[in-house]
Design a protein around this ligand. Structure first.
Ligand code: GLU
Length: 474
């Protein structure tokens, strides 16, 4: 029987779910789904000072928005501290760990000396083989791993390949602090083991930790999970990802009007490829995803690409689904509450009718909202300055005539209003544009909008006649 795959996403709730974390979660999710396994979620809240409730809430919320569901209950690392202590004691009991009574001053001096001698191993092993009987009274010791001092520690990484460390360069790391709190390094190993994690997929900033963790696994006689350390995301110029380049929380992407499916598609291609395929449905992603296909060099974040992809997803989305996305993003954008208050059966139906034309022009939900402004505008409309300049007395008179011509249309559709307007233009020796532009100004308050006959159809007869009446010369 082969063991089923268990991956985990293990964010530290010291900040919001940032874009790199979201990609790590996605890779873990995809791998678990592909293998019919589970993705677990562990909140690494051992750092009590820097972990916050709002950050935990934002991580859960961000994952839900991205539709990356985890299996089983969320595991909070801090709640497992007693178990971490137990394992440290176990290592102590079998001679794989020892109590260290070095003072802060002694440790500082060791570090200084190691630096001066250009060594990466900082701790000199002063309590490694010393008789605990010599321990100074009244001092709470740390527990350190009795790490091997010769030989190599090797990680066979799915992404990085075989990575080798010389043990002489690695410290006897602290497992339990003087105050009895487990270190992060110990907690991760014990949790991954107890949770039955088979595959660790995380950022390559944790590669060195993998070596340290491997030594703990070895001391415990446990198998190390299969490791994949994925390159971090950099800015478009190859530098560290900055806010300007997209180092933002997932919530910021929601507020910028990206669709979760588009963001997932963008993220999966960030460091992973499958031939030259760019667009992946969720199922295609699951089927094609694999760890060795992740590249070794840093991926570059490209806003323009994300925006184009989002435009693709918007154009191909179902109209009803877009109305739902439109509604849900209103909670996160400036002015959204005001628009939300105007959503009712009528405006929802208008929005749905407008969607085929709106979605052709929008790369984000924000652009979609802006395109749909005309639906929610209160009468009399506020006319944009550029549009207002067109409202000369002649134009206002023309708008009055157009209103009269449209009033005669009873079967109100894009086609019937269009033919009424074409007839009017012909009879009055006007080009269609000379009719369409005043209509647009009066109906939307702008000089650009979706196709004007779509606007007429979306707003409906009564509202159109009223808006035209507002601008017509009396
Ligand atoms: N908590 C760590 C982080 O947020 C991840 C640790 C791990 O994946 O092993 O960077």
């Amino acid at each position: 029987m082969t063991d089923s795959v268990v991956t985990r996403f293990a964010p530290s709730p010291t900040g919001f779910l940032h874009i790199g974390g979201a990609r790590t979660a996605l890779f873990n999710w995809l791998y678990a789904k592909k293998r019919g396994g589970k993705m677990l979620l562990r909140i690494e809240d051992t750092d009590r000072e820097r972990s916050t409730e709002p950050a935990i809430a934002a991580i859960l919320d961000g994952l839900k928005w991205l539709e990356l569901d985890w299996d089983d209950d969320v595991i909070y690392q801090f709640s497992r501290a007693a178990r971490h202590r137990e394992v440290a004691e176990q290592l102590l009991a079998c001679g794989k760990a020892y109590r260290c009574y070095a003072t802060a001053e002694e440790l500082a001096a060791m570090r200084e000396k190691a630096r001066a001698e250009g060594r990466t191993r900082l701790y000199d092993g002063m309590w490694r083989d010393r008789d605990p009987g010599e321990a100074p009274g009244g001092m709470k010791p740390t527990i350190r791993l009795k790490a091997p001092q010769t030989g190599e520690t090797v990680i066979e990484d799915q992404v990085q390949g075989r990575v080798v460390w010389q043990n002489e360069n690695l410290d006897d790391l602290v497992l339990l602090r003087g105050d009895g709190n487990p270190t992060y390094m110990l907690a991760v190993v014990v949790d991954d083991h107890d949770m039955g994690v088979t595959h660790v997929i995380r950022g390559d900033d944790h590669l060195i930790n993998a070596a340290r963790q491997k030594q703990i696994y070895d001391a415990l006689g446990w198998d190390i999970p299969n490791m994949s350390h994925i390159p971090l995301i950099h800015g478009p110029d190859g530098s560290k990802l900055s806010k300007r380049h997209g180092a933002l929380g997932v919530d910021a992407y929601r507020a910028m009007g990206y669709l979760p499916a588009a963001l997932r598609n963008y993220l999966v291609r960030l460091g992973w490829s499958h031939g030259d395929q760019e667009i992946f449905s969720t199922q295609e992603m699951i089927d094609a995803f694999d760890l060795p296909a992740i590249g070794r060099s840093a991926a570059r974040f490209d806003f323009a690409k994300l925006e184009n992809l989002n435009g693709h997803y918007i154009r191909h989305a179902e109209d009803g689904a877009l109305v739902a996305q439109f509604e849900s993003v209103l909670d996160y954008v400036p002015g959204g509450a005001e628009l939300k208050a105007k959503l009712n059966d009528t405006t929802r139906a208008q929005l749905l009718r407008a969607m085929p034309s709106l979605k052709e022009r929008a790369k984000t939900l924000i652009e979609l909202i802006s395109g749909a402004d005309f639906i929610f505008a209160d009468r009399p409309l506020q006319i944009e300055p550029k549009a207002s300049a067109l409202l000369t007395p002649d134009t206002r008179a023309l708008i009055g005539q157009l209103r009269t011509a449209l009033e005669a249309v009873t079967d109100w559709r894009a086609e019937t209003t269009e033919s009424a307007m074409r007839n009017f233009a012909e009879q009055n020796n006007l080009k269609l544009g000379a009719v369409a532009q005043p209509l647009r100004v009066a109906l939307t308050g702008r000089t650009t909008s979706p196709g004007i006959f779509d606007v007429l159809a979306v707003l409906g007869r009564e509202e159109c006649l009223a808006r035209l009446g507002d601008q017509a010369a009396t």
